[in-house]
Design a binder for this molecule. Structure first.
Ligand SMILES: Nc1ncnc2c1ncn2[C@@H]1O[C@H](COP(=O)(O)OP(=O)(O)O)[C@@H](O)[C@H]1O
Ligand SMILES: [Mg+2]
Ligand SMILES: [Zn+2]
Length: 540
Protein backbone atom coordinates (compact mmCIF):
# COMPACT_ATOMS: atom_id res chain seq x y z
CA UNK A 1 0.00 0.00 0.00
CA UNK A 2 1.24 3.45 -0.83
CA UNK A 3 1.98 5.57 2.19
CA UNK A 4 -0.23 8.63 2.46
CA UNK A 5 1.71 11.87 2.56
CA UNK A 6 0.35 15.31 3.29
CA UNK A 7 0.79 17.81 0.49
CA UNK A 8 3.30 19.88 2.40
CA UNK A 9 5.46 16.80 2.90
CA UNK A 10 5.12 15.66 -0.66
CA UNK A 11 6.14 19.05 -1.92
CA UNK A 12 9.00 19.91 0.37
CA UNK A 13 11.38 21.89 -1.84
CA UNK A 14 14.47 19.93 -2.80
CA UNK A 15 16.75 22.73 -3.99
CA UNK A 16 17.30 26.38 -3.10
CA UNK A 17 15.50 27.34 -6.28
CA UNK A 18 12.34 25.58 -5.08
CA UNK A 19 12.13 27.65 -1.92
CA UNK A 20 9.58 30.36 -2.61
CA UNK A 21 9.83 33.94 -1.46
CA UNK A 22 13.14 33.73 0.42
CA UNK A 23 15.54 34.67 -2.38
CA UNK A 24 17.73 36.90 -0.19
CA UNK A 25 18.45 33.97 2.05
CA UNK A 26 18.85 31.25 -0.57
CA UNK A 27 21.06 33.45 -2.74
CA UNK A 28 23.31 34.30 0.21
CA UNK A 29 23.68 30.62 1.03
CA UNK A 30 24.44 29.76 -2.59
CA UNK A 31 27.13 32.44 -2.62
CA UNK A 32 28.69 31.09 0.54
CA UNK A 33 28.76 27.62 -0.94
CA UNK A 34 30.28 28.94 -4.15
CA UNK A 35 33.03 30.67 -2.17
CA UNK A 36 33.46 27.84 0.25
CA UNK A 37 32.78 30.21 3.09
CA UNK A 38 30.13 28.29 4.93
CA UNK A 39 29.40 29.43 8.45
CA UNK A 40 29.51 27.20 11.52
CA UNK A 41 26.38 28.55 13.11
CA UNK A 42 23.19 29.87 11.55
CA UNK A 43 20.13 31.20 13.22
CA UNK A 44 16.98 30.90 11.12
CA UNK A 45 14.14 33.01 12.45
CA UNK A 46 10.64 33.70 11.21
CA UNK A 47 7.08 32.53 11.57
CA UNK A 48 6.10 28.92 11.04
CA UNK A 49 5.77 27.33 7.65
CA UNK A 50 8.05 29.79 5.87
CA UNK A 51 10.85 27.40 4.97
CA UNK A 52 13.28 27.30 7.89
CA UNK A 53 13.43 23.51 8.24
CA UNK A 54 13.26 23.04 4.49
CA UNK A 55 16.23 25.34 3.93
CA UNK A 56 18.18 23.70 6.76
CA UNK A 57 17.73 20.34 5.09
CA UNK A 58 18.81 21.63 1.69
CA UNK A 59 21.89 23.20 3.26
CA UNK A 60 22.74 20.01 5.11
CA UNK A 61 22.61 18.09 1.82
CA UNK A 62 24.48 20.52 -0.36
CA UNK A 63 27.47 20.70 2.00
CA UNK A 64 27.72 16.90 1.99
CA UNK A 65 26.55 16.08 -1.54
CA UNK A 66 28.91 13.99 -3.62
CA UNK A 67 27.96 15.71 -6.91
CA UNK A 68 26.47 19.15 -6.22
CA UNK A 69 24.72 20.78 -9.18
CA UNK A 70 25.05 24.58 -9.45
CA UNK A 71 25.63 24.85 -5.70
CA UNK A 72 22.53 22.79 -5.03
CA UNK A 73 22.30 19.22 -3.74
CA UNK A 74 21.92 16.60 -6.45
CA UNK A 75 19.36 14.74 -4.32
CA UNK A 76 20.42 11.49 -6.00
CA UNK A 77 23.77 10.49 -4.59
CA UNK A 78 23.78 8.13 -1.65
CA UNK A 79 24.57 10.89 0.82
CA UNK A 80 21.70 13.09 -0.43
CA UNK A 81 19.39 10.11 -0.38
CA UNK A 82 20.32 9.10 3.13
CA UNK A 83 19.69 12.62 4.35
CA UNK A 84 16.39 12.75 2.48
CA UNK A 85 15.18 9.60 4.18
CA UNK A 86 16.50 10.65 7.58
CA UNK A 87 18.97 7.79 7.87
CA UNK A 88 22.18 9.82 7.83
CA UNK A 89 23.79 9.82 11.27
CA UNK A 90 25.71 13.00 10.57
CA UNK A 91 22.67 15.14 10.04
CA UNK A 92 20.89 15.39 13.35
CA UNK A 93 17.58 17.08 13.81
CA UNK A 94 16.56 17.92 17.32
CA UNK A 95 13.35 19.48 18.52
CA UNK A 96 14.28 21.59 21.50
CA UNK A 97 10.65 21.83 22.54
CA UNK A 98 10.51 18.16 23.47
CA UNK A 99 14.20 17.42 24.13
CA UNK A 100 15.45 19.75 26.78
CA UNK A 101 16.10 17.35 29.61
CA UNK A 102 19.46 16.39 31.14
CA UNK A 103 19.83 13.29 28.97
CA UNK A 104 19.21 15.29 25.87
CA UNK A 105 21.97 17.71 26.78
CA UNK A 106 24.35 14.83 27.35
CA UNK A 107 23.42 13.40 23.99
CA UNK A 108 23.95 16.79 22.39
CA UNK A 109 27.43 17.01 23.97
CA UNK A 110 28.34 13.51 22.84
CA UNK A 111 27.09 14.24 19.39
CA UNK A 112 29.21 17.32 19.02
CA UNK A 113 32.37 15.61 20.31
CA UNK A 114 32.79 13.17 17.46
CA UNK A 115 33.54 14.06 13.86
CA UNK A 116 31.15 12.96 11.13
CA UNK A 117 31.24 9.26 10.36
CA UNK A 118 30.63 9.25 6.64
CA UNK A 119 30.13 12.83 5.46
CA UNK A 120 32.18 15.94 5.29
CA UNK A 121 30.14 17.96 7.74
CA UNK A 122 28.19 17.12 10.76
CA UNK A 123 25.02 19.21 10.71
CA UNK A 124 22.98 19.76 13.79
CA UNK A 125 19.57 21.29 13.26
CA UNK A 126 17.96 22.46 16.48
CA UNK A 127 14.35 23.43 15.97
CA UNK A 128 12.56 25.81 18.35
CA UNK A 129 15.94 26.49 19.90
CA UNK A 130 14.48 29.07 22.29
CA UNK A 131 13.05 26.13 24.25
CA UNK A 132 16.44 24.74 25.26
CA UNK A 133 17.14 24.58 28.96
CA UNK A 134 19.82 26.67 30.56
CA UNK A 135 22.15 23.68 30.77
CA UNK A 136 21.67 22.92 27.12
CA UNK A 137 22.33 26.50 26.12
CA UNK A 138 25.57 26.40 28.09
CA UNK A 139 26.67 23.17 26.44
CA UNK A 140 25.84 24.68 23.08
CA UNK A 141 27.62 27.92 23.86
CA UNK A 142 30.89 26.12 24.61
CA UNK A 143 30.99 24.58 21.16
CA UNK A 144 29.80 27.74 19.46
CA UNK A 145 32.73 29.61 20.97
CA UNK A 146 35.17 27.28 19.29
CA UNK A 147 33.33 25.10 16.86
CA UNK A 148 35.14 22.11 15.39
CA UNK A 149 35.83 22.50 11.65
CA UNK A 150 33.36 19.76 10.79
CA UNK A 151 30.39 21.20 12.71
CA UNK A 152 27.53 23.23 11.31
CA UNK A 153 24.76 24.32 13.64
CA UNK A 154 21.47 25.48 12.27
CA UNK A 155 19.29 26.89 15.01
CA UNK A 156 15.71 27.65 14.07
CA UNK A 157 13.14 29.55 16.07
CA UNK A 158 9.88 31.40 15.78
CA UNK A 159 10.79 33.42 18.86
CA UNK A 160 14.31 34.80 18.45
CA UNK A 161 13.94 37.24 21.34
CA UNK A 162 13.96 34.26 23.69
CA UNK A 163 17.36 33.08 22.53
CA UNK A 164 20.19 34.37 24.74
CA UNK A 165 22.32 37.08 23.15
CA UNK A 166 25.43 35.01 23.87
CA UNK A 167 24.10 32.47 21.38
CA UNK A 168 22.67 34.80 18.73
CA UNK A 169 25.84 36.87 18.60
CA UNK A 170 27.75 33.81 17.46
CA UNK A 171 25.37 32.97 14.62
CA UNK A 172 24.70 34.31 11.16
CA UNK A 173 21.12 35.35 11.38
CA UNK A 174 18.60 34.87 8.57
CA UNK A 175 15.10 36.16 8.85
CA UNK A 176 12.49 34.19 6.93
CA UNK A 177 9.72 36.45 5.74
CA UNK A 178 6.06 35.64 5.42
CA UNK A 179 5.76 34.53 1.84
CA UNK A 180 4.45 37.03 -0.67
CA UNK A 181 0.85 36.38 -1.70
CA UNK A 182 1.34 36.35 -5.43
CA UNK A 183 4.38 34.07 -5.20
CA UNK A 184 2.37 31.72 -3.07
CA UNK A 185 -0.52 31.71 -5.50
CA UNK A 186 1.71 31.05 -8.43
CA UNK A 187 3.38 28.19 -6.61
CA UNK A 188 0.09 26.57 -5.71
CA UNK A 189 -1.14 27.01 -9.21
CA UNK A 190 1.81 25.03 -10.55
CA UNK A 191 1.24 22.46 -7.88
CA UNK A 192 -2.42 22.07 -8.89
CA UNK A 193 -1.36 21.58 -12.47
CA UNK A 194 0.96 18.82 -11.32
CA UNK A 195 -1.92 17.26 -9.43
CA UNK A 196 -4.14 17.66 -12.50
CA UNK A 197 -6.60 19.85 -10.68
CA UNK A 198 -8.27 22.83 -12.28
CA UNK A 199 -8.39 25.66 -9.79
CA UNK A 200 -10.02 29.12 -9.75
CA UNK A 201 -7.66 31.96 -9.08
CA UNK A 202 -10.17 33.31 -6.57
CA UNK A 203 -10.03 30.04 -4.64
CA UNK A 204 -6.25 30.37 -4.39
CA UNK A 205 -6.58 33.98 -3.33
CA UNK A 206 -8.81 32.91 -0.50
CA UNK A 207 -6.44 30.14 0.61
CA UNK A 208 -3.45 32.44 0.46
CA UNK A 209 -5.21 35.09 2.45
CA UNK A 210 -6.19 32.67 5.19
CA UNK A 211 -2.70 31.24 5.47
CA UNK A 212 -1.11 34.60 6.26
CA UNK A 213 2.17 33.99 4.52
CA UNK A 214 2.79 30.47 5.82
CA UNK A 215 3.26 28.02 2.98
CA UNK A 216 2.67 25.00 5.16
CA UNK A 217 -0.74 26.37 6.14
CA UNK A 218 -1.56 27.23 2.55
CA UNK A 219 -0.79 23.68 1.46
CA UNK A 220 -2.83 22.20 4.29
CA UNK A 221 -5.80 24.39 3.38
CA UNK A 222 -5.42 23.53 -0.27
CA UNK A 223 -5.40 19.88 0.64
CA UNK A 224 -8.59 20.25 2.68
CA UNK A 225 -10.26 21.89 -0.29
CA UNK A 226 -9.02 19.31 -2.75
CA UNK A 227 -10.34 16.43 -0.71
CA UNK A 228 -13.80 17.87 -1.38
CA UNK A 229 -13.32 19.33 -4.78
CA UNK A 230 -12.04 16.42 -6.79
CA UNK A 231 -10.75 17.75 -10.09
CA UNK A 232 -12.16 21.26 -10.11
CA UNK A 233 -11.64 23.63 -7.22
CA UNK A 234 -13.95 26.65 -7.42
CA UNK A 235 -14.08 29.66 -5.15
CA UNK A 236 -17.45 28.49 -3.81
CA UNK A 237 -16.07 25.12 -2.77
CA UNK A 238 -13.04 26.70 -1.15
CA UNK A 239 -15.21 29.21 0.68
CA UNK A 240 -17.53 26.57 2.04
CA UNK A 241 -14.80 24.09 2.97
CA UNK A 242 -12.82 26.78 4.74
CA UNK A 243 -15.86 27.88 6.69
CA UNK A 244 -15.86 31.32 5.25
CA UNK A 245 -19.10 33.24 5.16
CA UNK A 246 -20.82 33.23 1.87
CA UNK A 247 -19.63 36.35 0.11
CA UNK A 248 -23.09 37.74 -0.31
CA UNK A 249 -23.98 37.42 3.35
CA UNK A 250 -20.75 39.03 4.29
CA UNK A 251 -21.04 41.96 1.94
CA UNK A 252 -24.66 42.59 2.89
CA UNK A 253 -23.67 42.57 6.56
CA UNK A 254 -20.76 44.89 5.84
CA UNK A 255 -23.04 47.29 4.04
CA UNK A 256 -25.41 47.37 6.98
CA UNK A 257 -22.45 48.07 9.24
CA UNK A 258 -21.08 50.94 7.23
CA UNK A 259 -24.58 52.39 6.78
CA UNK A 260 -25.09 52.13 10.53
CA UNK A 261 -28.28 50.14 10.18
CA UNK A 262 -28.44 48.40 13.56
CA UNK A 263 -31.56 46.32 13.03
CA UNK A 264 -30.21 44.93 9.78
CA UNK A 265 -26.79 44.30 11.34
CA UNK A 266 -28.28 42.33 14.17
CA UNK A 267 -30.65 40.44 11.92
CA UNK A 268 -27.78 39.43 9.63
CA UNK A 269 -25.37 38.54 12.37
CA UNK A 270 -28.08 36.32 13.84
CA UNK A 271 -28.32 34.50 10.55
CA UNK A 272 -24.62 33.77 10.85
CA UNK A 273 -25.11 32.63 14.41
CA UNK A 274 -27.92 30.29 13.39
CA UNK A 275 -25.68 28.74 10.81
CA UNK A 276 -23.23 27.83 13.52
CA UNK A 277 -20.65 30.31 12.35
CA UNK A 278 -17.81 31.02 14.73
CA UNK A 279 -17.97 34.64 15.79
CA UNK A 280 -14.19 35.10 15.64
CA UNK A 281 -14.12 33.81 12.09
CA UNK A 282 -16.91 36.18 11.13
CA UNK A 283 -15.11 39.13 12.66
CA UNK A 284 -11.93 38.05 10.87
CA UNK A 285 -13.76 38.02 7.56
CA UNK A 286 -15.21 41.45 8.24
CA UNK A 287 -11.83 42.83 9.22
CA UNK A 288 -10.40 41.61 5.91
CA UNK A 289 -13.17 43.30 3.98
CA UNK A 290 -12.94 46.58 5.82
CA UNK A 291 -9.19 46.60 5.60
CA UNK A 292 -9.52 46.25 1.85
CA UNK A 293 -12.07 49.05 1.82
CA UNK A 294 -9.73 51.29 3.75
CA UNK A 295 -6.82 50.52 1.43
CA UNK A 296 -8.96 51.09 -1.60
CA UNK A 297 -10.24 54.43 -0.44
CA UNK A 298 -6.74 55.64 0.38
CA UNK A 299 -4.66 54.13 -2.40
CA UNK A 300 -6.91 52.87 -5.13
CA UNK A 301 -7.03 49.32 -6.35
CA UNK A 302 -3.28 48.72 -6.79
CA UNK A 303 -3.08 47.08 -3.41
CA UNK A 304 -6.03 44.84 -3.89
CA UNK A 305 -4.71 42.52 -6.53
CA UNK A 306 -5.28 39.57 -4.25
CA UNK A 307 -8.98 40.10 -3.80
CA UNK A 308 -11.60 37.93 -5.43
CA UNK A 309 -13.44 39.78 -8.17
CA UNK A 310 -16.74 39.82 -6.30
CA UNK A 311 -15.22 41.65 -3.35
CA UNK A 312 -13.47 44.13 -5.55
CA UNK A 313 -16.73 45.17 -7.19
CA UNK A 314 -18.35 45.53 -3.81
CA UNK A 315 -15.54 47.67 -2.45
CA UNK A 316 -15.49 49.93 -5.48
CA UNK A 317 -19.16 50.63 -5.08
CA UNK A 318 -19.03 51.31 -1.34
CA UNK A 319 -15.94 53.45 -1.41
CA UNK A 320 -17.78 55.77 -3.75
CA UNK A 321 -20.35 56.29 -0.98
CA UNK A 322 -18.27 56.26 2.20
CA UNK A 323 -15.11 58.14 3.00
CA UNK A 324 -11.88 56.74 4.39
CA UNK A 325 -12.78 57.93 7.90
CA UNK A 326 -15.78 55.64 7.90
CA UNK A 327 -13.73 52.64 6.89
CA UNK A 328 -11.17 53.32 9.57
CA UNK A 329 -13.79 53.85 12.25
CA UNK A 330 -15.45 50.52 11.51
CA UNK A 331 -12.14 48.73 11.20
CA UNK A 332 -11.04 50.01 14.59
CA UNK A 333 -14.28 48.90 16.17
CA UNK A 334 -13.92 45.46 14.62
CA UNK A 335 -10.37 45.11 15.91
CA UNK A 336 -11.60 45.92 19.40
CA UNK A 337 -14.47 43.46 19.00
CA UNK A 338 -12.01 40.84 17.84
CA UNK A 339 -10.10 41.16 21.10
CA UNK A 340 -13.20 41.32 23.24
CA UNK A 341 -14.94 38.24 21.88
CA UNK A 342 -11.89 36.15 22.70
CA UNK A 343 -12.43 36.68 26.40
CA UNK A 344 -16.17 37.17 26.49
CA UNK A 345 -18.29 34.49 28.08
CA UNK A 346 -20.97 35.46 25.56
CA UNK A 347 -19.00 36.23 22.43
CA UNK A 348 -21.99 36.84 20.20
CA UNK A 349 -23.42 39.39 22.59
CA UNK A 350 -20.05 41.08 22.76
CA UNK A 351 -20.06 41.20 18.98
CA UNK A 352 -23.57 42.64 18.76
CA UNK A 353 -22.66 45.14 21.40
CA UNK A 354 -19.71 46.24 19.30
CA UNK A 355 -21.97 46.60 16.27
CA UNK A 356 -24.54 48.57 18.19
CA UNK A 357 -21.88 50.84 19.63
CA UNK A 358 -20.64 51.67 16.18
CA UNK A 359 -23.84 53.47 15.41
CA UNK A 360 -24.00 55.38 18.62
CA UNK A 361 -20.48 56.43 19.45
CA UNK A 362 -20.25 57.81 22.92
CA UNK A 363 -23.39 56.22 24.30
CA UNK A 364 -23.16 54.02 27.34
CA UNK A 365 -21.02 50.95 27.01
CA UNK A 366 -23.17 48.72 29.12
CA UNK A 367 -25.16 45.71 28.06
CA UNK A 368 -28.16 47.67 29.28
CA UNK A 369 -27.30 50.27 26.66
CA UNK A 370 -27.33 47.57 24.02
CA UNK A 371 -30.59 46.19 25.26
CA UNK A 372 -32.06 49.68 25.13
CA UNK A 373 -30.98 50.01 21.54
CA UNK A 374 -32.35 46.62 20.70
CA UNK A 375 -35.60 47.70 22.30
CA UNK A 376 -35.71 50.81 20.17
CA UNK A 377 -35.01 48.71 17.20
CA UNK A 378 -37.86 46.40 18.03
CA UNK A 379 -40.19 49.32 18.15
CA UNK A 380 -39.11 50.54 14.74
CA UNK A 381 -37.96 47.50 12.92
CA UNK A 382 -38.65 43.86 13.40
CA UNK A 383 -42.25 44.06 14.64
CA UNK A 384 -43.86 41.19 12.81
CA UNK A 385 -42.07 38.63 14.88
CA UNK A 386 -43.06 40.33 18.08
CA UNK A 387 -46.75 40.33 17.61
CA UNK A 388 -47.48 37.53 20.06
CA UNK A 389 -45.39 39.15 22.74
CA UNK A 390 -47.22 42.42 22.29
CA UNK A 391 -50.53 40.68 22.67
CA UNK A 392 -49.32 39.19 25.91
CA UNK A 393 -48.32 42.55 27.18
CA UNK A 394 -51.70 43.94 26.43
CA UNK A 395 -53.35 41.09 28.26
CA UNK A 396 -51.10 41.60 31.21
CA UNK A 397 -52.12 45.21 31.33
CA UNK A 398 -55.73 44.20 31.35
CA UNK A 399 -54.97 41.75 34.09
CA UNK A 400 -53.43 44.48 36.17
CA UNK A 401 -56.85 45.96 36.69
CA UNK A 402 -57.49 43.02 38.88
CA UNK A 403 -56.11 43.01 42.32
CA UNK A 404 -55.42 39.52 43.46
CA UNK A 405 -55.29 39.01 47.16
CA UNK A 406 -55.22 35.45 48.27
CA UNK A 407 -55.36 35.31 52.01
CA UNK A 408 -52.64 32.72 52.38
CA UNK A 409 -49.82 35.23 52.48
CA UNK A 410 -50.08 36.20 48.90
CA UNK A 411 -48.58 39.55 48.06
CA UNK A 412 -50.65 42.54 47.18
CA UNK A 413 -50.25 43.54 43.62
CA UNK A 414 -50.18 47.27 44.03
CA UNK A 415 -46.48 47.48 44.75
CA UNK A 416 -45.52 46.65 41.22
CA UNK A 417 -41.97 47.40 40.34
CA UNK A 418 -40.93 48.21 43.86
CA UNK A 419 -37.58 46.65 44.53
CA UNK A 420 -38.71 44.64 47.46
CA UNK A 421 -36.05 42.51 48.92
CA UNK A 422 -37.70 40.45 51.60
CA UNK A 423 -38.94 37.11 50.36
CA UNK A 424 -42.64 36.67 50.23
CA UNK A 425 -43.98 33.23 50.54
CA UNK A 426 -46.31 31.97 47.88
CA UNK A 427 -48.02 28.70 48.38
CA UNK A 428 -46.76 26.59 45.52
CA UNK A 429 -50.37 25.50 44.96
CA UNK A 430 -51.39 29.11 44.35
CA UNK A 431 -48.71 29.89 41.88
CA UNK A 432 -50.27 30.60 38.51
CA UNK A 433 -49.02 32.24 35.38
CA UNK A 434 -51.02 35.29 36.29
CA UNK A 435 -49.42 35.56 39.71
CA UNK A 436 -46.01 35.14 38.15
CA UNK A 437 -46.74 37.87 35.66
CA UNK A 438 -48.16 40.16 38.28
CA UNK A 439 -45.01 39.79 40.30
CA UNK A 440 -42.61 39.76 37.41
CA UNK A 441 -41.23 43.19 38.14
CA UNK A 442 -40.49 42.15 41.66
CA UNK A 443 -38.84 39.04 40.37
CA UNK A 444 -36.78 41.09 37.95
CA UNK A 445 -35.65 43.35 40.76
CA UNK A 446 -34.43 40.30 42.56
CA UNK A 447 -32.54 39.15 39.46
CA UNK A 448 -31.04 42.59 39.11
CA UNK A 449 -29.83 42.52 42.68
CA UNK A 450 -28.10 39.24 42.01
CA UNK A 451 -26.38 40.05 38.74
CA UNK A 452 -26.95 42.94 36.40
CA UNK A 453 -25.83 41.08 33.31
CA UNK A 454 -28.32 38.30 33.96
CA UNK A 455 -30.92 40.99 34.45
CA UNK A 456 -30.07 42.57 31.10
CA UNK A 457 -30.57 39.22 29.40
CA UNK A 458 -33.77 38.46 31.29
CA UNK A 459 -35.30 41.69 30.09
CA UNK A 460 -35.70 39.88 26.80
CA UNK A 461 -37.90 37.11 28.15
CA UNK A 462 -41.51 37.01 29.28
CA UNK A 463 -43.33 34.31 31.19
CA UNK A 464 -45.79 32.76 28.75
CA UNK A 465 -46.85 29.45 30.16
CA UNK A 466 -46.97 27.75 33.52
CA UNK A 467 -48.25 24.22 33.44
CA UNK A 468 -47.50 21.01 35.33
CA UNK A 469 -44.71 22.58 37.30
CA UNK A 470 -42.99 23.95 34.21
CA UNK A 471 -42.58 27.63 33.56
CA UNK A 472 -41.84 28.65 30.00
CA UNK A 473 -40.11 31.92 29.41
CA UNK A 474 -40.34 33.15 25.90
CA UNK A 475 -37.37 34.87 24.43
CA UNK A 476 -38.08 37.61 22.00
CA UNK A 477 -37.83 35.72 18.73
CA UNK A 478 -35.63 38.30 17.09
CA UNK A 479 -33.17 37.77 19.91
CA UNK A 480 -32.86 34.01 19.61
CA UNK A 481 -29.18 34.60 19.62
CA UNK A 482 -29.30 35.23 23.35
CA UNK A 483 -30.75 31.81 24.18
CA UNK A 484 -27.51 29.97 24.89
CA UNK A 485 -26.31 32.92 26.92
CA UNK A 486 -29.39 32.86 29.10
CA UNK A 487 -29.18 29.11 29.47
CA UNK A 488 -25.60 29.33 30.56
CA UNK A 489 -25.09 27.72 33.94
CA UNK A 490 -24.30 30.93 35.80
CA UNK A 491 -27.28 32.79 34.46
CA UNK A 492 -29.62 29.88 35.11
CA UNK A 493 -28.38 29.77 38.66
CA UNK A 494 -29.31 33.39 39.27
CA UNK A 495 -32.56 33.04 37.35
CA UNK A 496 -33.60 30.13 39.55
CA UNK A 497 -32.34 31.54 42.81
CA UNK A 498 -34.19 34.78 42.21
CA UNK A 499 -37.30 32.81 41.41
CA UNK A 500 -37.07 30.89 44.64
CA UNK A 501 -36.47 34.12 46.46
CA UNK A 502 -39.49 35.85 44.97
CA UNK A 503 -41.97 33.01 44.72
CA UNK A 504 -40.78 30.61 47.39
CA UNK A 505 -40.70 27.60 45.12
CA UNK A 506 -38.93 26.57 41.99
CA UNK A 507 -40.66 25.18 38.93
CA UNK A 508 -38.71 23.76 36.03
CA UNK A 509 -37.75 26.79 33.97
CA UNK A 510 -37.48 26.54 30.22
CA UNK A 511 -36.41 29.23 27.81
CA UNK A 512 -38.19 29.05 24.47
CA UNK A 513 -37.44 31.15 21.44
CA UNK A 514 -40.71 30.74 19.59
CA UNK A 515 -44.18 32.09 20.19
CA UNK A 516 -46.70 29.78 21.80
CA UNK A 517 -49.68 29.55 19.52
CA UNK A 518 -52.30 29.57 22.19
CA UNK A 519 -50.65 31.85 24.70
CA UNK A 520 -53.29 34.48 24.49
CA UNK A 521 -56.21 32.09 24.76
CA UNK A 522 -54.61 30.44 27.79
CA UNK A 523 -54.09 33.72 29.37
CA UNK A 524 -57.65 34.86 28.90
CA UNK A 525 -58.81 31.52 30.20
CA UNK A 526 -56.69 31.72 33.29
CA UNK A 527 -57.79 35.29 33.81
CA UNK A 528 -61.41 34.27 33.82
CA UNK A 529 -60.67 31.19 35.83
CA UNK A 530 -59.27 33.45 38.49
CA UNK A 531 -62.30 35.66 38.29
CA UNK A 532 -64.72 32.83 38.63
CA UNK A 533 -62.98 30.34 40.88
CA UNK A 534 -61.17 32.52 43.27
CA UNK A 535 -63.30 34.59 45.53
CA UNK A 536 -60.35 36.65 46.61
CA UNK A 537 -60.17 38.30 43.27
CA UNK A 538 -61.54 41.76 43.48
CA UNK A 539 -62.23 43.96 40.55
CA UNK A 540 -61.10 47.46 41.31
N1 LIG B 1 9.43 29.08 1.18
C1 LIG B 1 8.77 27.95 0.85
N2 LIG B 1 8.64 27.57 -0.42
C2 LIG B 1 7.98 26.43 -0.74
N3 LIG B 1 7.40 25.64 0.17
C3 LIG B 1 7.50 25.98 1.45
C4 LIG B 1 8.19 27.14 1.87
N4 LIG B 1 8.13 27.22 3.19
C5 LIG B 1 7.44 26.18 3.60
N5 LIG B 1 7.05 25.41 2.56
C6 LIG B 1 6.21 24.21 2.63
O1 LIG B 1 5.80 24.04 3.97
C7 LIG B 1 6.34 22.86 4.54
C8 LIG B 1 6.88 23.15 5.91
O2 LIG B 1 7.90 24.11 5.84
P1 LIG B 1 9.09 24.20 6.89
O3 LIG B 1 10.33 24.45 6.13
O4 LIG B 1 9.07 22.99 7.76
O5 LIG B 1 8.65 25.47 7.69
P2 LIG B 1 9.27 26.07 9.03
O6 LIG B 1 10.41 25.20 9.44
O7 LIG B 1 9.66 27.47 8.67
O8 LIG B 1 8.14 26.04 10.00
C9 LIG B 1 7.40 22.40 3.56
O9 LIG B 1 7.44 21.01 3.52
C10 LIG B 1 6.94 22.96 2.24
O10 LIG B 1 6.04 22.08 1.63
MG1 LIG C 1 10.40 23.86 11.04
ZN1 LIG D 1 23.92 14.60 -3.76
Amino acid sequence: MMEYKALYRRFRPLTFGDVIGQQMITQTLINQIAHESIGHAYLFTGSRGTGKTTTSKILSRVVNCLNPVDHNPCNQCEVCRSILNDSNMDVVEMDAASNNGVDDIRELRENIKFPPSSSRYKVMIIDEVHMLSKGAFNALLKTLEEPPEYMIFILATTEPHKVPATITSRCQRFEFKRIDASAMREYMHTLCTTLEVKVDDDALKLIVRLSEGAMRDALSLLEQCLSFAGEVLTYEIAASVLGRSNDDDLTILSEAIIRGDVSEMIRLSRIQYDRGKDVSVLIGDLIELFRSGMLFSTMGDDHLMDLPQSELVWIERLTSQHGVKEWIRVLEALMVADQKVRYASHPWIAFELALAKLTAVGEEDSIAGLIKRIENLERNGVQAIHQPVRDNQRTVQQAKVVEVSHDKAVPRQADHGAAETEAEVFDPGDLTLLVIKENWDKYMSSVKERLVSTYALMKEVKPVSFKNGKLQLQLNEALKILKPAIENEDNMFHICEAFKHTFGSLPKIEIIDYALEDTRADEVKSFFKNLVDDDHVIIK
